[in-house]
Design a protein around this ligand. Sequence first.
Ligand code: GDG
Length: 460
Amino acid sequence: MGRLVVVSNRIADPRKTSAGGLAVALGQALEASGGLWFGWSGKVVDGGTPGEGELRVQNAGKVQLATVDLSSEDHDSYYLGYSNGVLWPVFHYRLDLADFDAGYIAGYRRVNAMFARKLKALLRPDDVIWVHDYHLIPLAAELRAMGCQQRMGFFLHIPLPPPLILAAVPEHEWLMRSLFAYDLAGFQSEADLNHFARYVGTEIPADVLGEHEFRAFGKSLQARAFPIGTDVDEFVELGKGREAQDMFEQMRREYSRRRLLLGVERLDYSKGLPQRLKAFRQLLQAYPENLGSATLIQIASPSRETVDAYAALLQELESLCGGINGNFGELDWMPVRYIHRNVARKRLPGLYRAANVALVTPLRDGMNLVAKEFVAAQDPDDPGVLVLSRFAGAAEQMHEALMVNPYDTARTAETMQRALQMPLEERQRRHQALLEGIRTQDVHWWRENFLTMLTELSQS
Ligand code: GDG
């Protein structure tokens, strides 16, 4: 394989722990090929020229990191507007939250064209280019228009909705045409792949050549599901660190007489937080033995707060938590501890390990890595129980979790109760099977599968 070039909206220095498992996994592949990672710097230049941004290239070990700044107008239209105000909600089936009419598309096109221009100057003929996520769907088409012939693959980290939902995006046909500029498109789950195949079969003039091969606009495209995993070994190692151990000890001390339920996510409407809180309230109402004992720690790390839908969610959560604590709390027990801050990554394994139950109940999620991290962090002799939404991509793999429909408040509460009461032998059995699964299909497996397919395809 030639040099690997990864393109994603944000990049991370793979040598830093705070970067997380995905960055570490991509970093290893980049390092092995002396590769390049290209993306937005995270910097917004007030009053900068739209479609222009300064390119900076720096070395991080054997890897080159190339970043471009965004003007405030591009940040508003490309990032907050089209990516997170249109594509994110629609791809998570939330047409009601999408802001279609605001004219963001011009900024989305402009930034993708700019990224392509800046990237082209850094490319070599035998590079293999791997583009990530919904911010950058048209990147390959822009590169191809400038004559780039390298192998190009795309991975969508979020779900692909059914055709009739996707068709609500005014530019849906252009977006899907852009996808055909890649050689390989990867999705998180079979459900997403199935939606893609149905879209291609019904919405555009295309030939379905096989289960994984499609032809349209004079171009062939392979599409497959590559469920992303977590770096289990890295996470287990992180769990042995002092920060994680301290966190674990502190939690166990503080909650020695209580039962701990845990939720960890970016504050996002796709994660089903209000529904989860309502189910937790129902748990306290329907099973009063939990009063004075069951405690939900909900970490909701700040995310995209200038997008309107997020501000509304923040308010709803604060009011739900206040209501539950006000109605059920005692002087020495608060049922919900809601933390709207980021927890240091080094402490996360300790927090997961101290929990009796993890609540991973998104309304829709591409995969959900928290579910896998929780399993990786458990003590196999005394593991916690995973309650998982059937609408997370992870549900296609993690069959031994307790599955819920997060819209069904009563049954979700019932499942929480079952999780809290699960006998040790059943917890061990389920955990062992889950751990085996996430170990076999970890983030390295995911990366190697995708890159092997991309390179082999292009040689044929
Ligand atoms: C997208 C897709 C897909 C969360 N809170 C804190 C924190 N986190 C970390 C978790 C985990 C990551 O963020 C979240 O990953 P998820 O997969 O759960 O969700 P998204 O952020 O929505 O990611 C998703 C993923 O891409 C990968 O393809 O699985 O479906 O939506 O690693 O640990 N980390 C720290 N503090 C926090 O407070 N340090």
